[in-house]
Design a protein around this ligand. Sequence first.
Ligand SMILES: Cc1cc2nc3c(=O)[nH]c(=O)nc-3n(C[C@H](O)[C@H](O)[C@H](O)COP(=O)(O)OP(=O)(O)OC[C@H]3O[C@@H](n4cnc5c(N)ncnc54)[C@H](O)[C@@H]3O)c2cc1C
Length: 392
Amino acid sequence: MIEFELTQHDKKVLDDVRQEAVVCRQYARHYDENEHEFPPDELPEAGEFPTILQSMAGRGDDDTGMSVMAMLISMGQTWGDYSVRMRRGKGGLGNAALRAAGTPEQQEKWGGLTLAMAITEPGCGSDPSLVAMTAVLDEDTDEWVLNGEKIFVTTGCRAEGVVVWATIDRSAGRAGIKSFLIEKGTPGFILGQKEKKLGIRADDTAAYVFENCRIPRANLLGGKEEIPKAGSGGFKGVMKTFNMTRPAVAAIGLGMAEAALDFTREQLEATGVNFEYGPSVHGQSAVVQRFQELEATFEAATLTVLRAAWLADKGQPNNLESSICKAKGGSAVREITQGCIELLGPMGVSREHLLEKWFRDVRITDIYEGTGQIQNLIIARNILGYTRANLK
Ligand SMILES: Cc1cc2nc3c(=O)[nH]c(=O)nc-3n(C[C@H](O)[C@H](O)[C@H](O)COP(=O)(O)OP(=O)(O)OC[C@H]3O[C@@H](n4cnc5c(N)ncnc54)[C@H](O)[C@@H]3O)c2cc1C
């Protein structure tokens, strides 16, 4: 059975999200201009709008699955503003890794902290098996000793801790890579520079250096110290992280793309463009036709996100679908925001409006958590039955 209808309760949740988004949007330009250099107490007060958790309370079995709802909520929030939404929220990508691979004790101990996720290094990006950061076990003290560098860590400054990828045995390749939980303030954990970025400017992105950073043995995420003999077992737990975060990244971009479409339609209507969809194609202006193409791209990309989330709600594998929606979403949001700028001309690039900001902010959708090219590789491997060695 295919069901596309939201229940009344779900609609109410999304209405609350929209109210919050409207408040957040008022702060969007301020945070874009000031980048991450602003005091957190300038953020909108939580009391200004209903919290999502309150709205979600009392949902029943008939309501839409949690993963699908999470995607719709993300879209609704970023329709308001990506950065303000990120700054208000607790939790980071590291929390998703903790949920996917942490032991019950680790979830209990670390679950309340905002955790960033640090994989990327100066010599390691799209291919995480090139991780050079090392973790060496000191049996005398029962501690891991970490050395290396991480760059482009989202929420790197604001996070209270981080999940870091490091190798415990370089000769073992991917299988030797493990994840470690490290709290801010641990000696040898140094916060490096903050990046100045094209978009999502209020959301801080930082570099870390680890110099003989000692952490308890129990901080190995998932607790499994052994190196699997064959395959890439060491990778599997944490790679699971991405099966819901890839759709989430696409959803975030699509929320901003929807904002761009809504703004563009409003402005065009104000100049007298008629958006009635009834007349035949011969009776339509080129502007309306182009706008409809952008809307169709938006709808198609959104459906791929909802499908990946729906599979997660059913407990079914969604690795392929997660990559499909990330690849499709990443290119769709660029096309949509650029298309909106083209339709509105000078208004599209003026900093008096947020459209140019959405155009900059959506660019990240196709970069972090696997670029579009890498998603396409994963899709091709899945469909053609190739391994990493067959298709690089
Ligand atoms: C704002 C921002 C936030 C980020 N946040 C995080 C974070 O929180 N944690 C984290 O660990 N990382 C983070 N990253 C890093 C991000 O995940 C990497 O930038 C991304 O994985 C690409 O790696 P790279 O930049 O080293 O590019 P490279 O791997 O050097 O790739 C360069 C280009 O080549 C393409 N390419 C690479 N290999 C192939 C191939 N086999 N076939 C075809 N094309 C290929 C890529 O698609 C890309 O276009 C962030 C990056 C940015 C910009």
